[in-house]
Design a protein around this ligand. Structure first.
Ligand code: ZN
Length: 298
């Protein structure tokens, strides 16, 4: 994600890498990890990014005026090495959420995080992460940052598959009348009896199925193991502790990972970033896993 820059600062920009940062960049490792651009404040970073090649990536941050502005305000650059790409992705998401840097596009607040589920009549409804356990409830479809985003998605599905806004509960239907979109041939006409409710439901279901959320498939926490070797740097071995698609931190070995998972008194709540980062590699068996056991059992 390219950094976003407040438009107000109209500093004169040069397209050469700032002299005061050159040495710092040369000293960075070139393996995976998270890097941080610090401005005048010690507490609030300007930008947090991740890469599998930190030094190369940091050097490439001069491709557009916004990035040049970011570098112009940067006083120093720090980094945290990780033992692999997954560790970098998890740590970056966690740090961006906690520190909310000025120049990061997505602040990744999860306050209105919601999904779509079907009610007893097969109608879609919005369900919120603060009310429903997304990690263990089957038949939830998609992740949305707001109910409005969920409704926009449902409207797009309806448009693509000639579904009825009225039948989906997206607008009121006057009884016994076809909806406006049915007259325009944009709704296949379940509202006017031109197709059955089952046929309508099947098309909806087929469209939603690709977005179905995967339930957390383990009892308790698991550790994801990554190892990285780089010339001139100590070998790095990490166990990333994850439960309910939520990243709890990384440990240097299995025992400390188990301790880390057991310091939690409550099972962690679903996390959208963790889900997006982990779901595919974990379910496709692309990562090395170790079971850490259920919380409260230790
Ligand atoms: Zn209709």
């Amino acid at each position: 994600m390219p950094p976003r820059v407040p438009r107000s600062s109209a500093a004169k920009l040069s397209y050469s890498y700032p002299q005061h940062l050159r040495e710092a960049v040369a000293d960075l490792p070139n393996g995976p990890g998270v890097y941080v651009f610090h401005g005048d404040s010690d507490h609030l970073p300007l930008y947090i990014g991740k890469s599998v090649h930190i030094r190369t990536r940091v050097l490439s941050h001069l491709r557009n005026p916004d990035e040049a502005k970011l570098l112009h305000q940067t006083r120093r650059i720090s980094c945290i090495r990780t033992a692999g790409e997954i560790g970098a992705l998890l740590l970056e998401a966690q740090m961006v959420k906690q520190q909310q840097p000025l120049f990061n596009h997505q602040l990744r607040r999860n306050r209105q995080l919601c999904t779509v589920r079907l009610d007893a009549q097969g109608r879609p409804e919005v369900a919120y992460a603060r009310e429903v356990d997304f990690a263990h409830t089957p038949q939830l479809y998609g992740l949305f940052v707001s109910p409005r985003a969920a409704h926009d998605f449902l409207r797009a599905v309806a448009d693509a598959h000639r579904l009825c806004y009225g039948h989906l509960g997206l607008e009121k239907l006057s009884t016994g009348r076809a909806c406006f979109r049915a007259m325009l041939q944009q709704c296949a006409g379940v509202c006017a009896g031109r197709e059955s409710a089952e046929a309508h439901e099947q098309r909806l279901f087929a469209a939603l199925r690709a977005l179905q959320l995967q339930c957390w498939p383990y009892e308790g926490a698991v550790g994801l193991i990554e190892t990285h070797e780089e010339d001139g740097w100590p070998r790095l071995h990490q166990v990333h502790v994850v439960q309910n698609w939520c990243y709890l931190g990384s440990a240097p070995d299995e025992d400390s990972a188990r301790d880390l998972s057991h310091t939690q008194r409550l099972a962690p709540a679903f996390d959208a970033d963790g889900y997006k980062i982990l779901c595919k590699p974990m379910l496709q068996g692309e990562v090395k896993l170790v079971r850490l056991g259920a919380l409260g059992e230790g």
